[in-house]
Design a protein around this ligand. Structure first.
Ligand code: C2E
Ligand code: MG
Ligand code: MG
Ligand code: MG
Length: 279
C-alpha cells in the first residue's frame, strides 16, 4: 500500500517537475525572443533630495511587455535571464536605452539628471562589463558622472579583491557607484568602508514599518549616520508615507525614493514630473 502510494507520489512529483521545466523552457524561449522583438521597455523612478527638495535623478527599472501574458515584473524574469545568460544582452540594452533617454531629456531642456541602472551579479562577473559601460557612455554622449550603477552587497563581498579592482576601474571611468538594498545582505558598513562607493540605498524592509516599529527606526538612524560619516549619500528606498519621509528628513537622510513621492513611470511621466516640480 505504502509502496503504491509512494509510486503515485513519485509520478505526481515527476509530472509537476516536468510541467515546471516545460514552463521554464517556454519562458526561456519567449525571453530569448523578447530581446529580438524589442518587448522590453523602461520605467523610471525619481529620487528626491530631502534638503533642497530637488529631483536629483531617476532609476531605470526594466519592464517586459509579453504579447500574451501582459506586463511582467523584473522579479519574475531576472533570475531566469541570469541562469541562461540572456541577462547580458538585456543589460546592454538597458544601459544603452537608459543613457540615450537621459540625453534626450537634457536635449528637451530638462536639468541634468543622474541615471541609476541596476547591475546583475552575472553582468558584474562578465569580462565585457567595463567595455559595455564605456560603450554606452560613448554612444549616448552621456557624461560619466551622470551614470550611477546599483550593485548589491553580495556581488562585492563574495570576491572582495576582484570586486574592489572592478569598482576602482569603474571609478576611473567617472561613474557613481551605489549599494542597493543595503542591510539585507551579510556585509556591514565596516566591510564596505574599503570600497570606493558613493551611495548607500537603505532597503525598503527597514522603511516599511516606520514609524510604528522602534527597532526599524533605530536601525535606519544607525545606517544613515554611519553611511554619512563614511561620506556616502544615503537614499531610503520604498518610502510610501508622509510620516516616513518626515522621519527620514528629521534624521538627516539625504534622499528618498518611493511611491509617496513618485511611482516608477514612463519617460513622458518623468518629463511631466520635472516640469511640474520645478514650477
Ligand atoms: P530595486 O533596484 O531595489 O528597485 C526597487 C523596486 O521597488 C522596484 O521594483 C520599484 O518599483 C519598487 N518600489 C519603489 N518604490 C516603492 C514603494 O514605495 N513601495 C513598494 N512596495 N515598492 C517600491 P521593480 O521595478 O519590480 O524591480 C524589482 C527589482 O528588479 C529591482 O529592485 C532590481 O533588483 C531588479 N531590476 C529592475 N530593473 C532591472 C534591470 O534593468 N537590471 C537588473 N539586473 N535588475 C533590475
Ligand atoms: Mg535598484
Ligand atoms: Mg533597491
Ligand atoms: Mg529593494
Amino acid at each position: 500500500q505504502a509502496k503504491e502510494a509512494g509510486k503515485n507520489q513519485y509520478r505526481f512529483y515527476s509530472e509537476a517537475a516536468q510541467s515546471k521545466s516545460l514552463e521554464r523552457m517556454t519562458m526561456e524561449s519567449s525571453l530569448r525572443r523578447a530581446v529580438e522583438r524589442k518587448q522590453f521597455f523602461l520605467h523610471f523612478q525619481a529620487k528626491l533630495d530631502l534638503k533642497t527638495r530637488k529631483i536629483t535623478g531617476v532609476e531605470a527599472l526594466l519592464r517586459w511587455q509579453h504579447p500574451e501574458l501582459g506586463l511582467i515584473s523584473p522579479t519574475k524574469f531576472i533570475g531566469l535571464a541570469e541562469e541562461t545568460g540572456l541577462i547580458i544582452p538585456i543589460s546592454r540594452w538597458v544601459l544603452h536605452t537608459a543613457c540615450m533617454q537621459n540625453m534626450a531629456w537634457q536635449k528637451a531642456g530638462l536639468p541634468p539628471l543622474c541615471m541609476a541602472v541596476n547591475i546583475s551579479a552575472r553582468q558584474f562577473e562578465d569580462q565585457h562589463f567595463l567595455d559595455d559601460i564605456s560603450s554606452a557612455l560613448k554612444v549616448s554622449g552621456m557624461p560619466a558622472h551622470l551614470l550611477e550603477l546599483e550593485l548589491t552587497e553580495s556581488m562585492v563581498i563574495l570576491q572582495p579583491e576582484r570586486a574592489i579592482g572592478i569598482l576602482k576601474e569603474l571609478k576611473q571611468l567617472g561613474v557613481r557607484l551605489a549599494i542597493d538594498d543595503f542591510g539585507t545582505g551579510y556585509s556591514s558598513l565596516a566591510q564596505l568602508k574599503n570600497y570606493p562607493i558613493d551611495t548607500l540605498k537603505v532597503d525598503r524592509s527597514f522603511i516599511q514599518d516606520i514609524p510604528n516599529n522602534e527597532d526599524d527606526k533605530t536601525m535606519t538612524r544607525a545606517i544613515i549616520s554611519m553611511g554619512k560619516s563614511l561620506g556616502l549619500t544615503v537614499v531610503a528606498e520604498g518610502v510610501e508615507t508622509q510620516e516616513q519621509q518626515t522621519f527620514l528628513r528629521e534624521n538627516a537622510c539625504d534622499e528618498t525614493q518611493g511611491f509617496y513621492f513618485s511611482r516608477p513611470v514612463e519617460s513622458a511621466g518623468i518629463e511631466a514630473l520635472l516640469r511640474s516640480h520645478r514650477a
